[in-house]
Write a protein that binds this ligand. Structure first.
Ligand code: GLC
Length: 418
């Protein structure tokens, strides 16, 4: 039937429950500190750029600390750029190329360290791999050279699939650089399925085609730097998940001159906007030239982790509910309970200490699917007041705002079903 809804494969349901992940953009470009596209923007000749490899020490790359940061920040997966557009690999390319971490002063296979550390901390490791390679001129070379390049790409990915144990998924990026050519995706994805049948396959559709569906093997759409929309999956041959990826400031690779950071409140709201439509949120950090995580970024992520920690596993397990809430508010369902996520509330308290900015009051939900018997705000266990229309579908929740001493940015109430 054309309008039927596809059911997610087990691996895709599992991916959706991971919910929130850490993206890590690290490479030779980190030494320049002006983002991962600096080679392209500054037109740095390939042979000049390649010299950065001789200064790549990875002396502060501490994979266990990275995995711990992800865990303490409430994340359940991490995606490392094993090779970015510059073409330098953080893994041992096993003879394919000498432009890799084992041939640099680091002399280590950093992908190996990453996957092992992730597993120790219950973080599912995902591997980002570029499909665009400036060093090999993949975007502009002849079709003949491009075919050779695709062999190299396929061999590279095969290495990742065969030598690092079970990985959560492969995250590709760059097919948008050569839209006119056949990328032989069938072959690439068959290579992955052969060695990693349960891996999630993602191929970033970029800033200009957010949410676009691609090859049938793709398991999730991407929303790069933009809030995801609720997909209408009726008639889709396969259930495809959604994921938004976003920078902490304005660059993926570290930007020494980039001060435009998001706040914990921004991140909480974006995470909520993703989960509202069932999408994952992949938030990026750009390590230092030597692979350390900058203090400010780590603190920012941990702060958000505290918010997540107050809500148990709701953020991962809660499923979107098709009811209409005002503004940015929304509902998730977990087990038998519904959870209301209230935005833009103000604090209550004495006018000499609390800025009275409104926003509190009754909020109506249309199309509510159950009858409820009680409401409890999760932050301070306050009982909530509500009314429901005779058939239950119109629910009005009295959103009284925050008690003095609280401001959760997004306040969550449990609606207990009668
Ligand atoms: C873009 C950029 C790339 C970045 C990616 C992350 O495609 O080209 O630098 O890694 O987005 O989503």
């Amino acid at each position: 039937m054309k309008s039927s809804l596809p059911k997610p494969l087990a691996r895709i349901s599992h991916f959706e429950r991971l919910g929130y992940g850490l993206f890590i953009h690290w490479g030779l470009y980190s030494q320049i500190g002006r983002g991962e596209w600096i080679q392209f923007h500054d037109k740095i000749p390939v042979n000049v750029y390649a010299k950065l490899a001789s200064k790549f020490t990875a002396s502060d790359f501490d994979a266990p600390a990275l995995a711990r940061l992800a865990r303490e920040s409430g994340m359940r997966y991490a995606v490392l750029t094993t090779r970015h557009h510059e073409g330098f690999s953080l893994y041992d390319t096993r003879g394919l190329s000498s432009f890799d971490a084992p041939h640099s002063p680091a002399k280590r296979d950093l992908v190996q360290e990453f996957v092992e550390a992730c597993r120790m901390d219950d973080i599912v490791p995902f591997l980002y791999h570029t499909t665009l390679d400036w060093g090999r001129d993949s975007a502009n070379c002849s079709e003949k050279k491009f075919a050779e390049y695709l062999d190299y790409l396929n061999d590279s990915v095969e290495i990742l699939c065969r030598h690092y144990g079970k990985i959560g998924g492969l995250w590709f990026d760059g097919n948008w650089s050569r839209p006119q050519s056949d990328w032989k995706e069938d072959r690439l994805y068959a290579t992955i399925r052969k060695y990693q049948p349960e891996a999630i396959i993602i191929n970033n559709t970029g800033l200009n085609a957010r949410g676009a569906k691609g090859h049938p093997e793709i398991d999730s759409t991407t929303f790069e730097q933009g809030l995801p929309v609720a997909p209408d999956r009726r008639g889709w041959p396969k259930y495809v998940a959604g994921e938004m990826c976003e920078t902490l400031n304005s660059h993926w690779g570290i930007g020494q001159n980039d001060f435009n950071f998001k706040s914990p409140a921004d991140i909480i709201q974006n995470l909520c906007a993703c989960r509202k439509v069932g999408a994952n949120y992949l938030l990026n950090v750009g390590p230092t030239p030597t692979g350390g995580i900058p203090d400010y970024e780590a603190a920012l992520l941990r702060k958000v982790g505290q918010w997540i920690g107050r809500h148990g596993n709701l953020i991962y397990e809660g499923k979107p509910v098709p009811a209409t809430c005002p503004g940015r508010d929304f509902l998730l369902k977990k087990g038998n309970s519904y959870y209301y996520f209230a935005h833009d509330l103000s604090r209550r308290g004495d006018a000499h200490v609390v800025l009275q900015k409104g926003g509190n009051g009754p909020r109506g939900v249309d199309g509510f699917p159950a009858r409820i018997k009680s409401v409890r705000w999760l932050d301070d266990d306050e009982k909530g007041r509500f009314t429901q229309s005779p058939d239950g579908s119109l629910l009005t929740l009295d959103c009284t705002g925050y008690n003095y001493g609280y401001d959760m940015v997004v306040r969550v109430a449990e609606l207990v079903v009668a």
